[in-house]
Design a binder for this molecule. Structure first.
Ligand code: ATP
Ligand code: MG
Length: 566
């Protein structure tokens, strides 16, 4: 090993996060020969960037330590779940670039086993059927500082409990008439230990088990045991489950069989992003109230929304890496997400020129019927992407905002009497402004310097500005959607007195039709990503048709080269 390798390896070690350290330790000590992690979504909504973080963490661990990662749907709530969500989750995980181990798992596949364990708990005196209503049960739970009240049904005999539980399963009772509760401790300082509900009656069809069951296990009676069934070594979850850990341990203690893998739960801080709401319930509300066009609206923090917006899996991985794995709640600046996609697209995106708000320019000394093709670099960061030809002719478009009749010395773009470079083309000078009857500028009359071909100065004279442009007769009409943040407040769901929907930014979407693109874009396909020079990164939207290409702006670009002189 070279010195360089050794230092690199040491650096790698140093940067292991606390979960990786635990895993490394467990492998070293021989506690596990191989690690198994899992990603366990509830199929009650589309995945968001927070889930992406969890996916990358779990699959990343098994990649790093040569283990396995399961994908399991924790599908215990038939009312809120749907196959549409299952399908979208499968698509998103694969799009992120991960392959789960073996078949997809479902907690609903374990319903029979969970039922048997519930019966065992009843027989051992650790669970009972309660006839109280859900309201009565929550009213008697007490408060964190005050003990709860024991249920009058708490001391039923095991025989009676078994009989009632079996009849619950057979469908003899209505929804809410009875529940099965764990018999733990109504005065525990941990509210989750105060005889939590294990099963409730729901006469609803489940998207996988159909009408086989009318009692369903609670998430807390399912999640930990499902990990146990699958031999998960490290159950990674977010901090809010820290308080549930003693309960999961309690359930496992009563069913654990010697020699089997006992999952270790490790909590990390969930990802929160500024200017964003992240909970599925709130995202569902945005969809239901039609405040966005759907789960994959490009303004949504969902994986499908980000994908439609133009985000790449690599950008999300880079983002997750930069965010790191924290033990304490924090809010990440959404700017870091934008940085991550710019970083990736800068290296990979094809450059093109597109004028979003066109102003006609006539080059009066350029022959009327002439056209020529100038070569342009496809990506200055990656020579292997080569060059392309762009047409130039007498009538062009530039951005309206790139011209001012009068401007101070700091305005480096085109002004009356001033000279600029047209990227890859020529120096042009503006001699005259044409206006309509209302005084609006509708056309510029310019002359070009034929000796400045390729945008190179013929005699050492300098121009400060470089503008993008498109030849009018070759231009492609495209539609462009520009996005701003969906919320105008940094923490839209952090206000007690106001609902998060009140902070929706009314200007979060601007649709611009009749943008002028260079003909190269004719063959652009849905999902293709480009840099429109000086305007940002754009991605072809799925609503595009043969007649109209629609672009979503992924993220704007800082105007980095207009002031440069080359
Ligand atoms: P939400 O609270 O946003 O509605 P959830 O936690 O109910 O989401 P699940 O389907 O239960 O969503 O989540 C699946 C996995 O993703 C869990 O392991 C959960 O801890 C993790 N996860 C969910 N949200 C985040 C987040 N913001 N950051 C990191 N991990 C998350
Ligand atoms: Mg959850």
């Amino acid at each position: 090993m070279t010195d360089k390798n050794i230092t690199e390896n040491q650096e790698e070690k140093k940067s292991l996060n606390f979960i990786e350290q635990i895993v490394e330790e467990d492998l070293k000590s021989g506690k596990h020969k191989e690690i198994i992690t899992r990603f366990p979504p509830e199929p009650n909504g589309y995945l968001h960037i927070g889930h992406a973080k969890s996916i990358i963490l779990n699959f990343g661990l098994s990649e790093t330590f040569h283990g396995k990662t399961n994908l399991r749907f924790d599908d215990t709530n038939p009312v809120k779940e749907d196959v549409e969500y299952v399908d979208s989750i499968l698509e998103d995980v694969q799009w992120l670039g991960y392959k789960w181990h073996g078949d997809v798992h479902y907690a609903s596949d374990y319903f029979e086993q969970l039922y048997e364990w519930a019966v065992k708990l009843i027989k051992d005196g650790y669970a009972y059927v309660d006839d109280q209503s859900i309201e009565e049960i929550s009213a008697s739970r007490g408060t964190p500082t005050q003990a709860g009240k024991e249920s009058p049904f708490r001391n039923r005999s095991a025989e009676e409990n078994i009989d009632l539980f079996e009849r619950m399963r057979k469908g003899e009772f209505k929804d809410g008439e009875k529940v099965l509760r764990a018999k733990i401790d109504m005065s525990s300082p941990n509210m989750h230990m105060r005889d939590p509900i294990m099963y409730r009656i729901k006469h609803s069809e489940h998207h996988r088990t159909a009408d086989k069951w009318c009692i369903y296990p609670m998430y807390d009676f399912t999640h930990g045991q499902s990990d146990y069934i699958e031999g998960i070594t490290h159950s990674i979850c977010t901090l809010e489950f820290e308080n549930h850990r003693p309960l999961y341990d309690w359930f496992l203690d009563h069913i654990y069989e010697e020699g089997r893998t006992r999952p270790r739960q490790i909590e990390f801080a969930r990802l929160n992003l500024s200017y964003t709401v992240m909970s599925k319930r709130k995202l569902a509300e945005l969809v239901e109230k039609k405040l966005v066009s759907g789960w994959d609206d490009p303004r949504m923090p969902t994986i499908s929304g980000l994908r439609r917006r133009g985000y790449t899996p690599e950008a999300l991985q880079l983002f997750a890496e930069k965010v790191g794995v924290a033990k304490r709640e924090n809010i990440i600046d959404v700017g870091l997400l934008e940085y991550s996609i710019k970083e990736h697209l800068n290296r990979t995106a094809q450059r093109v020129m597109t004028v979003l708000d066109p102003l006609k320019v006539t080059i009066t000394n350029y022959p009327k019927d002439k056209e020529e093709f100038l070569s342009a670099i496809n990506n200055p960061e990656d020579e292997s992407m080569g060059e392309r030809e762009i047409p130039f002719s007498r009538t062009l478009y530039i951005e309206k905002e790139d011209f001012r009749e009068e401007a101070n010395r700091k305005f480096f773009r085109l002004k009356l009497g001033g000279e600029v470079r047209l990227r890859y083309a020529y120096f042009i000078k503006c001699n005259e402004v044409v206006k309509d009857e209302n005084g609006n500028i509708i056309e510029l009359l310019c002359t070009y310097d034929p000796l400045s071909k390729g945008g190179k100065s013929p005699d050492g004279r300098k121009v400060k500005g470089t503008l993008h442009w498109v030849s009018a007769k070759h231009a492609l009409n495209v539609e462009v959607k520009l996005y701003d943040r969906l919320f105008s407040d940094e923490s839209p769901d952090g206000h007690k007195e106001k609902d998060f929907t009140e902070f929706i930014n009314p200007d979060s979407l601007t649709v611009t039709e009749n943008c002028k693109a260079e003909p190269f874009l004719k063959t652009a396909k849905v999902g293709n990503r480009f840099q429109f020079e000086r305007k940002g990164y754009f991605c072809v939207d799925k609503d595009s048709s043969k007649d109209k290409i629609i672009f979503n702006r992924t993220v704007p670009l800082r105007d980095s080269w207009a002031k440069k002189n080359f």
